[in-house]
Design a protein around this ligand. Structure first.
Ligand code: NAD
Length: 256
């Protein structure tokens, strides 16, 4: 059977672990040439490369345009023009009004919001040539949930939703499609790092109780949606947000 993105060149930012890693592997399995960006995840990146030597690894801090532009030039010279850009790199700091931390809030905004702006800017000439495809990883937090201490993260991800819609509009003349995926709670380093097993179990219970399907998600659930958006299966979609969260009932637009 024909592979779904055969021969396409895809870049996944923050792709050395977690959701990004699953996206990169699903692209590889569907025939793409895959470039993975990482910033500080050197060890995860080295393990990925050891297991999947065909993957190209590129270090850059997505919040820094100069760093992203140098990476874009290297990818261009060594692998070619990218067809698929997945803006997956992101961070989440839990902080609320009582423990507001300016550094944390700035960092979330500069990575989660400026990151996708920097990559689109740096790869724009490639994307125009390939009539490329951009997929932004936002969050159902960006639509509205009731998890405590996620207000600033939620705002940063809401910006990614508007960026997706505006980019789809702004780039309409170039045949570039832009869509987003909004995951619910997925077990990764971001959500479980630094927690004890009991704390993780409590967290999973909290989310299961607020999810129609009664379960939390896996990184592969998100990768499947991203693959759909990256392929011709979604050729009539742009400016859209696919929510993959098992049906969260605490979504603010539905009530608690
Ligand atoms: P993760 O922490 O495992 O992966 C995020 C990756 O981004 C890491 O490899 C990290 O090193 C990288 N990164 C961070 N800052 C970077 C920078 N400045 N430049 C380049 N790379 C950088 O977390 P994850 O759960 O796999 O998250 C992936 C994406 O999914 C994020 O955008 C996150 O906000 C989003 N998301 C996750 C969940 C969840 O429940 N896990 C839910 C909704 C949305």
């Amino acid at each position: 059977m024909a592979k779904r993105i055969q021969g396409k060149l895809a870049l996944v930012t923050g792709g050395a672990r977690g959701i990004g890693r699953s996206i990169a592997l699903s692209f590889l399995a569907e025939g793409a040439k895959v470039a993975v960006n990482f910033n500080r995840s050197d060890r995860d990146a080295a393990e990925l490369k050891k297991e999947f030597p065909d993957i190209g690894l590129f270090q850059a801090d997505v919040s820094d345009f100069t760093s992203v532009k140098s990476m874009a030039d290297i990818i261009h010279d060594t692998m070619g023009e990218i067809d698929i850009l997945v803006n997956n790199a992101g961070i989440m700091y839990l902080c609320g009004w009582e423990n507001y931390d300016e550094m944390m809030v700035n960092r979330m905004f500069s990575i989660n919001q400026l990151g996708p702006i920097n990559t689109v800017r740096a790869f724009l000439s490639d994307l125009k040539k390939t009539r490329g495809n951009v997929i932004n990883i936002t969050s159902n937090a960006g639509i509205g949930t009731s998890a405590d201490n996620t207000t600033f993260y939620a705002i940063s991800k809401a910006g990614v939703i508007m960026l997706t819609k505006r980019l789809a509009f702004d780039l309409r003349g170039f045949g570039i499609r832009v869509n987003a995926v909004a995951p619910g709670w997925i077990n990764t380093e971001m959500t479980t790092g630094g927690k004890t097993q009991d704390q993780i179990n409590d967290t999973i219970k909290w989310f299961r109780e607020r999810t129609i399907l009664g379960m939390t998600g896996k990184t592969e659930d998100i990768a499947k949606a991203v693959l759909f958006l990256a392929s011709e299966d979604s050729s009539y979609m742009t400016g859209q947000v696919m929510v993959i969260d098992g049906g969260r009932t605490d979504n603010l637009t539905h009530g608690i």
